[in-house]
Ligand binder design. Structure first.
Ligand code: SAM
Length: 209
């Protein structure tokens, strides 16, 4: 197709509006009240943080972009806005109600209700063999250490040699510890500090050493 011309599906993707912040916040707070330690926050990320996450994705790299912990879809929307093709985006959210909400909102996307701890199996199940970026909002700070380590191992496994992991944290330190970076052959860098978020957040990007 000549550049600049959109087919019907792409045209529709460009027009998908973000869920209103108010509506998203309402659903997010309800989810956090149900299971605070599983959701890991009481407010959805700001647009500024979502954009900072999306800016770590290299659109020219082959492979799927995998979003983990989509919540009410703020980062999902930023990824689409940044140019990630809907067909190339896989979204994973474990909470059933949030999953139903975003599946309804982004009805054209591949949104799975699954646990990131089974990431390699989940991706194999839908035929994804190459991943260019894992974009994660998973709440590592409130997870038991063993679960966090197991998920980070999965993330490192699926990116192969060339992919990246993009992760935000409210903490001052790397959300993947030096021990886990060494174990998983990763190198991490602080990509952005987003002071406009409540609370301020750091975005980290990890690559294979
Ligand atoms: C801090 S919220 C971030 C939501 C959204 N991306 C944002 O930035 O506003 C974390 C999300 O990760 C989801 N989550 C937590 N643990 C998960 C897991 N093991 N697998 C998949 N999703 C998970 C939660 O249900 C929640 O929606």
């Amino acid at each position: 197709m000549p550049q600049g011309l959109l087919n019907k599906k792409e045209a529709r993707d460009e027009n998908v509006k973000p869920m209103s912040y108010r509506r998203g916040r309402h659903h997010f707070i309800a989810a956090a009240m149900r299971a605070p330690f599983k959701i890991g926050g009481f407010l959805p990320s700001s647009k500024a943080l979502a954009r900072a996450m999306a800016s770590g994705v290299d659109l020219h790299k082959p492979g799927a972009v995998v979003e983990l912990g989509a919540g009410t879809g703020v980062v999902t929307h930023a990824l689409l806005q940044a140019g990630v093709k809907p067909d190339n985006l896989v979204v994973i959210e474990r909470d059933e109600k949030l999953h139903a909400l975003i599946s309804n909102h982004f009805s054209h996307l591949n949104i799975l209700c699954a646990d990131a701890i089974e990431l390699d199996k989940v991706l194999a199940g839908i035929g994804v063999t190459r991943v260019s970026a894992v974009v994660s909002s998973l709440p590592f700070l409130v997870m038991p250490k063993e679960v966090r380590n197991a998920i980070q191992q999965q993330m490192a496994k699926v990116i192969g040699q060339d992919g990246v992991i993009i992760q935000f944290t409210y903490g001052p330190k790397s959300p993947i510890t030096i021990t886990q970076m060494r174990k998983n052959h990763l190198h991490g860098k602080r990509h952005k500090l987003v002071v406009a978020n409540v609370p301020p957040a750091h975005v980290w990007v990890y690559k294979r050493v």
